[in-house]
Design a protein around this ligand. Structure first.
Ligand code: MN
Length: 257
């Protein structure tokens, strides 16, 4: 509001003062983590309002506009997740190897194109587009660049959990026909491939703080997966139970045995 007032009062063509930079504010971090859990998938995360809006994309994002990639919305993740790469130990939520596959910035695009072109929008527009199930945005990452859309699927197919979106590349200079994500199995952080991360003794270990929050899981399919994981964990930890949470070296030894 105040900005509108400011713009109205100033005539930029007549004054050397720079126009207000709204655009800058709409740039946020995004991250894509390749996650070799029960099933390999890519976690696509956009930072907004202090959290990471997250989707699990089984086939991963594509730069080919012909590809419509299923993206299952999962619960918001804490921003502290955004630079994690390493191993989530067995028994924890999301156990498996995690690669920092891509990082960069994203900005919402205004849903109304100007002269046929999408232009940067505001956070407010992003919230509306998310609520409507049609989010248009621009990525500036190391691997992913250009304009994309996340579109919520409306048709409820049998077995649908209602959390299905499609991640689609828009036609622009960054579009790439026949994009093959398997050609890009390399971390933007450490250059390691998935196998190297999984086998690397020095891989960071993520200590999940999840158990307390599990009751709040929104997605049913995710709750199911976590419940199965918990059962496995319970079965595995019957013989040797009490181990101090903080002692990761002891934990690590147990994993090996
Ligand atoms: Mn994941």
């Amino acid at each position: 509001m105040a900005l509108e007032e400011y713009k109205r009062k100033r005539r930029f063509e007549e004054t050397p003062e720079p126009p207000p930079k709204v655009q800058k504010k709409t740039e946020h971090r995004f991250v894509v983590q390749k996650h070799d859990a029960t099933r390999l998938h890519y976690d696509f995360r956009l930072e907004l309002d202090g959290v990471l809006k997250s989707w699990a994309v089984p086939k991963g994002p594509s730069l080919d506009p012909e590809d419509k990639r299923l993206a299952m919305e999962v619960e918001d993740h804490p921003v502290s997740y955004h630079d994690f790469e390493g191993i989530i130990p067995e028994g924890n939520y999301g156990a498996g190897s995690v690669m920092l596959w891509d990082v960069g910035t994203w900005q919402p695009l205004s849903p109304v194109p100007e002269n046929g072109k999408y232009v940067p929008g505001t956070d407010e527009e992003a919230r509306h587009m998310l609520a409507k199930g049609d989010l248009k945005f621009r990525l500036e990452g190391k691997k992913l660049k250009g304009d994309f859309a996340l579109i919520k699927m409306r048709g409820r197919r049998p077995g649908s959990k209602g959390n299905e979106w499609l991640l689609i590349k828009k036609h622009d200079d960054h579009a790439e026909q026949g994009y093959d994500i398997d050609q890009f199995d390399q971390s933007v952080l450490t250059k390691r491939n998935m196998a190297e991360i999984a086998g690397d003794e020095r891989s960071a270990e993520w200590r999940s703080s999840r158990p307390a929050a599990r009751g709040k899981l929104k997605a049913a399919w995710l709750a199911d997966a976590v419940a199965r994981m918990d059962k496995k964990k319970a079965a595995a930890s019957v013989p040797k139970k009490a181990s101090p949470q903080k002692d990761t070296s002891a934990q690590k030894k147990k994993q090996k045995s």
